[in-house]
Write a protein that binds this ligand. Structure first.
Ligand SMILES: C[S@@+](CC[C@H](N)C(=O)[O-])C[C@H]1O[C@@H](n2cnc3c(N)ncnc32)[C@H](O)[C@@H]1O
Length: 175
């Protein structure tokens, strides 16, 4: 059956779990010049609108249905979170009381100022061998230069830690 109309009017009229396949390419809110649709909503208004149609799609989609979503974004206006990896090589050179392993509670990428929110954070463990540590997270938006910092907390005991290169990778947007 073919329905032609505003998805927010058509979808609520469909029974729940009655659709096997959704393929959708909603507007990206990037100021594209459509014939009638205004593609310049505020971010909050746009996300609220996305939530409204996504909720209806979830309702009408069968439990074993399929969902294909095409979204667009610009670096200055990301829609999906950026996948971030903090990676560094390190080893425990010397630990307290001859221990050969040590646990460190925090390494991450976080705001440089209060409230110091993390976009990636985890604990890690080191032994005497060089080890590559990867801390993964997501950045919900673009951050200005200097707004984020890498922070690795070491002060759990009297110990010496060697570090190799430390890098932060932005894998871009992904689900
Ligand atoms: C990114 S474009 C996708 C174009 C589509 N793939 C095509 O080939 O025509 C987004 C489209 O969604 C339409 N649109 C905007 N609001 C809508 C709504 N509430 N219900 C249905 N379509 C809508 C716009 O008019 C625009 O044509």
């Amino acid at each position: 059956m073919l329905h032609h109309g505003d998805c927010l009017k058509v979808l609520p009229a469909l029974p729940e779990k009655s659709v096997d396949l959704v393929v959708t390419s909603p507007p990206y809110n990037l100021g594209i010049n459509y014939r009638s649709f205004d593609d310049t909503a505020g971010r909050t208004e746009f996300l609220e609108w996305c939530k409204a149609w996504a909720t209806e799609l979830k309702r009408v989609l069968a439990d074993d249905g399929s969902f294909f979503l095409n979204v667009g974004a610009a670096p200055a206006n990301p829609l999906m979170p950026h996948q971030i990896i903090l990676a560094f090589k390190a080893r425990l050179e010397k630990a307290d009381n001859g221990a050969t392993k040590a646990a460190f509670p925090f390494a991450g990428v976080q705001l440089t100022a209060a409230p110091y929110t993390s976009v990636a954070m985890n604990g890690f463990e080191l032994g005497p061998e060089w080890k590559m540590i990867e801390i993964r997270g997501t950045a919900d938006r673009n951050y200005a230069p200097g707004e984020l910092k890498v922070s690795i907390h070491l002060a759990t005991a009297r110990q010496t830690v060697d570090f190799g290169p430390v890098v932060v990778l932005d894998l871009g947007q992904g689900g």
